[in-house]
Write a protein that binds this ligand. Structure first.
Ligand code: CA
Length: 225
């Protein structure tokens, strides 16, 4: 597994590089994001570890450019910026996880493994199942404890997104962009209305969809059954 590490602080960069190499990862470690853009094509990463405050191109600017071409590869932010706004902003721009500095290397390795495992899970199947709800992406069927549900296309797309990425927080803007498309003139109220309908159709399983006030939604069950 190839990890791209972008961190300008030499001491931290070295210790992360060393720890990840010891865990069996291949690491490309760079001190700036401008160079990182240059290596993406030759050496596409399986996961990106991204500092935010960098010389030259900033972390979030890099993230924007990266996400224009790649919506799939996990990006974990490592940053000394640790307010709620910083975290939300990074998640909105397409980060998968956020680890405020200082952090333990053990936790970093764990987060990397979780992100890669999720990626692996979603790649290996057309049927996504969580907590008794399963969605067949090819047959376009949704089952709740074996009982078929009738969902609209948007509800289906929303559910597929959540089951693909359980525990990931999606902001309303992200959902608007991903399900309704960039530049749609709808507002976040649209998302709330569709989420409410989806929840209702899922009946008791609707409880797996958690609302984070002012932030967005996530699917909260790790059970794969
Ligand atoms: Ca920095």
């Amino acid at each position: 597994m190839q990890i791209l590490l972008i961190e300008d602080e030499p001491g931290l960069r070295e210790v992360i590089e060393y720890s990840l190499a010891r865990e069996g990862f291949q690491v490309t470690a760079l001190d700036n994001a401008n160079d990182a853009l240059m290596v993406l094509e030759d050496c596409p990463p399986d996961l990106v570890l991204l500092d935010l405050m960098l010389p030259g191109l900033q972390g979030l600017q890099f993230l924007d450019i990266f996400r224009q071409h790649d919506q799939r590869t996990p990006v974990i932010i490592i940053s000394a910026k640790n307010t709620e706004e910083d975290v939300i902003r990074a998640l909105e721009r397409g980060a998968d996880d956020y680890l405020p500095k200082p952090f333990s290397l053990k936790l970093l390795v764990m987060k990397i493994r979780v992100a890669l495992r999720r990626l692996n899970d979603q790649a290996s199947s057309n049927v996504l199942s969580r907590g008794g709800v399963s969605i067949d992406l090819e047959a376009h069927r949704v089952l709740n404890d074996g009982v078929e549900l009738q969902l609209t296309q948007k509800e289906f797309d929303l559910l597929a997104l959540f089951l693909r990425r359980p525990q990931k927080v999606f902001t309303r803007n992200q959902l608007l962009n991903m399900i309704w498309g960039y530049g749609s003139d709808l507002n976040s109220r649209t998302v709330d209305v569709h989420m409410a309908m989806l929840r209702k159709k899922l009946s008791d399983k609707g409880n797996y969809i958690k609302t984070l006030p002012k932030i967005g939604y996530l699917w909260e069950t790790g059970e794969k059954k």
